[in-house]
Design a protein around this ligand. Structure first.
Ligand SMILES: Nc1ncnc2c1ncn2[C@@H]1O[C@H](COP(=O)(O)OP(=O)(O)O)[C@@H](O)[C@H]1O
Ligand SMILES: [Mg+2]
Length: 322
C-alpha cells in the first residue's frame, strides 16, 4: 500500500464481523508512521469506531493482524495497550472525583508509577491546571473533553486515538482541539483521529484515509487528496443582475445563476486560494458589486457520491435554481 518509513502501527487484512454476520471492517490494511497525524474520514456507520476499538483491544478482530511498535495487539495486549491512549467518542465523565485524581488514577490503571510532575504537565498543556481540584461533574462540556484527553495521555502513550474529538463542539473549542493535537505531535506523539468533517482533516492531518462501508476507500497525503477532492465555492449575491460574465473574468471558473443575481466561483481549496483576491479585483474593475458573499465546501457525503459513482460530476454540482 503506502510506503511509510518507520511504521508505528501496522494493520494487515483486518476483518471484523459482528455477531449476526455484519461485516463492519472488510480487509483493512494500513500503515501509520511515527509522528504522523492521520485523519480517518467517514460518515456515520462507516466503521471508524470499530477500527479504533479493535486496535485498542476493545473489539476482537475476526481476522487479520495488527501491531503497535512491532507488538501484536492480541498476543502482547498489555504492551500494546500501554503504548496507546484512547479518547473515546462518548463522554463518560460524570464523576464526583477531582480532575487531578481522575487523571492520576488513569495512569495507575496502566501500571505506571505515580508521577505528579507528568500529570501537572498534561493538565497545564490542556489548560486544566487551574481546574485540578474541581470535581469533574462541575465542568463544562469542553473541559470534560479536555479531561478525557488528559486521561488518555496520563500514561505517556506513543500513539493517541481521538474518536470524533470535535463532534458537536463549538467552533472555538474545535480550534483549541486542533491546537492541542498539533502540540501533541510536536511532543512526538503519533495521532490518529476520526472525523466526519472534511475541514478538520484538511486543517490538521498529514494524511487522510477515507473509510466507507468498512473499507478504506483511499488513503493519501492530504495535499494530494484535497487537490483531487476538495473543492470550494464562493457565492456572491449581486446588487444588479448581470446578463453575462464579462470576458475579463474568463480566467475564473464562474457560473451565473438566479437570473443573473448570483455569481459562483468554484476553486480547489489548496491550489487557488490566492486567486480570490484577483477575482475580487477583477469584479471591481468590471463594476460588479455584490451585497453578500458566502462559501461552501464539498461535504464528505458528496465526495463519497463522487468516489462511489465515479461519475466525474463535481462534488456539489446541483440543479441550477430557476
Ligand atoms: N457491537 C456491535 N454489534 C453489531 N454491530 C455493530 C456493533 N458496533 C457497531 N456496529 C455496526 O458496525 C457499523 C460500524 O459502526 P461504527 O464502527 O460505530 O461506525 P462509525 O464509528 O464510523 O460511525 C455500523 O453499522 C454499526 O451499526
Ligand atoms: Mg464512531
Amino acid at each position: 500500500m503506502n510506503d511509510v518509513v518507520e511504521p508505528i502501527l501496522k494493520i494487515s487484512n483486518l476483518c471484523k464481523i459482528y455477531s449476526g454476520d455484519f461485516n463492519a471492517l472488510k480487509n483493512v490494511s494500513l500503515e501509520i508512521g511515527k509522528g504522523e497525524i492521520v485523519a480517518l474520514l467517514g460518515p456515520n456507520g462507516a466503521g471508524k469506531t470499530t477500527l479504533i476499538s479493535t486496535i485498542c483491544g476493545i473489539v476482537r478482530p475476526t481476522s487479520g493482524k495488527i501491531t503497535v511498535a512491532g507488538f501484536d495487539i492480541v498476543n502482547d495486549y498489555r504492551k500494546t495497550r500501554s503504548l496507546i491512549g484512547l479518547v473515546p467518542q462518548e463522554l463518560t465523565t460524570d464523576s464526583f472525583e477531582t480532575v487531578f485524581n481522575t487523571v492520576s488514577f488513569s495512569r495507575g490503571l496502566f501500571g505506571r508509577p505515580p508521577s505528579p510532575a507528568h500529570i501537572e504537565r498534561v493538565l497545564t498543556s490542556l489548560s486544566l491546571w487551574e481546574k485540578r481540584d474541581s470535581k469533574i461533574i462541575t465542568l463544562s462540556g469542553g473541559m470534560k473533553r479536555r479531561v478525557l484527553i488528559a486521561k488518555a495521555l496520563s500514561h505517556e502513550p506513543s500513539v493517541l486515538f481521538l474518536d470524533e474529538p470535535t463532534a458537536g463542539v463549538d467552533v472555538s473549542l474545535r480550534k483549541d482541539m486542533w491546537q492541542i493535537v498539533r502540540e501533541l505531535r510536536e511532543s512526538g506523539v503519533t495521532i490518529i483521529l476520526t472525523t466526519h468533517y472534511i475541514e478538520e482533516a484538511e486543517e490538521i492531518a498529514d494524511r487522510v484515509g477515507v473509510i466507507n462501508h468498512g473499507e478504506i476507500v483511499l488513503i493519501e497525503d492530504k495535499q494530494t487528496l484535497m487537490r483531487k477532492l476538495g473543492q470550494k465555492q464562493l457565492m456572491m449575491d449581486l446588487i444588479e443582475p448581470l446578463r453575462e460574465i464579462p470576458a475579463s473574468l474568463n480566467d475564473f471558473a464562474l457560473d451565473l445563476t438566479m437570473s443573473g443575481l448570483r455569481l459562483t466561483y468554484t476553486f480547489d481549496t489548496h491550489e487557488q486560494r490566492a486567486d480570490i483576491t484577483a477575482l475580487l479585483d477583477g469584479l471591481k474593475s468590471a463594476g460588479i458589486a455584490f451585497r453578500d458573499l458566502q462559501t461552501s465546501q464539498s461535504s464528505l457525503e458528496e465526495i463519497f457520491v463522487n468516489l462511489v459513482e465515479g461519475s466525474g460530476r463535481r462534488p456539489f454540482e446541483r440543479e441550477v435554481e430557476p
